[in-house]
Design a protein around this ligand. Structure first.
Ligand code: TXA
Ligand code: MG
Length: 324
């Protein structure tokens, strides 16, 4: 088997170049202590769209943003007292905190990273190669597990290479076998009680021991309705305005979310996902433009049809799903 992606031993020179590639918008697979991550500059919408394209994810699941320190994390999300205690106990390590995005930040991750949500998942990985790369890149790195969407999470550089044999531009940094081998525990810290959204090597007991608060598990909350808005934290972003899909015309009062350059109906407010019909560009613009249309003086959003192929699958998934 020949591979077009390349595994590099993480020397100082290679790490420097890998950091440069990230800043240029390329993807780099990096080892973490949990699983290998497919990293992109989180502040660059186009680079983040490339993650979804390469993984062939049929939906825009929100991604985890990686930073090298608690200090950097606290620039990105609102660190409540509880969040700080959790971070001090487990970072660097296999814990992801989902918090409210900070209002202002020089390195704000793109909306595509968080699937349009106002929350953001942040983690400080412990692996020295990930740490080194983050420091050199100087930007937060969005990184889902580095596997095609239907495959197992990779715990070695070779797994990543086998998963993406055709990815010519992909650099894979060798970091040995992952010591944890299981994805990080994801905890929502937007409320007073931590809520576990995904179980990992850090358990509910570990969390309770560390911070003296018993975390909830999101499935239990959904069943017992003990909080006001069960499953609220799991909701995906949907615009407040009604959307009309596969529109070929625009009704009075509607704004238009267009695609391509053909058969664009007249409208007073038009945002075009991609005039050239480029699905990567459309993915890059999707949440930004939906948010913009939501703030415009329009009563609804007419959306032109998007081809059901490649990234178009994820775009259509997001458009057709209202709140799930
Ligand atoms: O160990 C890990 O966490 C690995 C390494 C590479 O860091 N990353 C990873 O990423 O597993 P991914 O994209 O495969 O999983 C991200 C998880 C998903 O379950 C997603 O739903 C959740 O985090 N998540 C991300 N952002 C969220 C948000 N704003 N609200 C709720 N859940 C979120
Ligand atoms: Mg995954």
């Amino acid at each position: 088997m020949t591979y077009k992606s390349t595994i590099y031993s993480p020397t100082d020179a290679i790490l420097k170049e890998a950091a440069q590639r990230l800043l240029q918008g390329y993807l780099v697979a990096m080892p973490t202590e949990t699983v290998y991550g497919l990293a992109a500059n989180a502040t660059d919408d186009r680079a983040v769209a490339r993650i979804f394209a390469l993984k062939e994810r049929p939906s825009f699941n929100p991604l985890i943003v990686h930073v090298e320190s608690l200090e950097k994390a606290s620039n990105l999300i609102e660190m409540t007292g509880l969040a700080r205690r959790l971070a001090e106990a487990f970072w660097p390590g296999p814990l992801t905190l989902v918090g409210k995005r900070s209002p202002s930040s020089d390195f704000a991750p793109s909306l595509l990273c968080s699937g349009g949500l106002k929350t953001l998942a942040v983690r400080v990985p412990a692996h020295p190669v990930a740490q080194h790369l983050l420091r050199l890149a100087g930007v937060p790195l969005a990184a889902p597990s580095a596997n095609p969407s239907t495959k197992l999470s990779p715990t070695s550089a070779l797994h990543v290479q086998q998963g993406f044999p055709e990815a010519e531009d992909l650099w894979i940094l060798e970091g040995g076998d992952c010591t944890q081998g299981l994805e990080s525990t994801v905890v929502d810290i937007t409320g007073e009680t931590p809520v576990i959204l995904r179980l990992g090597t850090i358990t509910a007991e570990n969390i309770e021991e560390a911070v003296g608060v018993k975390p909830l598990y999101y499935k239990d909350i959904e069943e017992t309705h003990t909080i006001k808005s069960p499953g609220q934290m799991l909701k995906h972003y949907a615009p407040d305005k009604p959307m009309r899909l596969n529109a070929v015309d625009v009704k009075p009062g509607e704004g238009l979310l267009a695609f391509g350059s053909q058969n664009i109906p007249a409208a007073s407010v038009i945002y075009n996902l991609s005039e050239t019909g480029d699905l990567l560009e459309a993915a890059q613009n999707l949440f930004k433009m939906l948010h913009l249309l939501d703030t415009e003086n329009v009563s609804g959003i007419a959306v032109m049809s998007i081809p059901q192929e490649g990234l178009g699958l994820a775009i259509n998934d997001r458009l057709t799903r209202t709140q799930s």
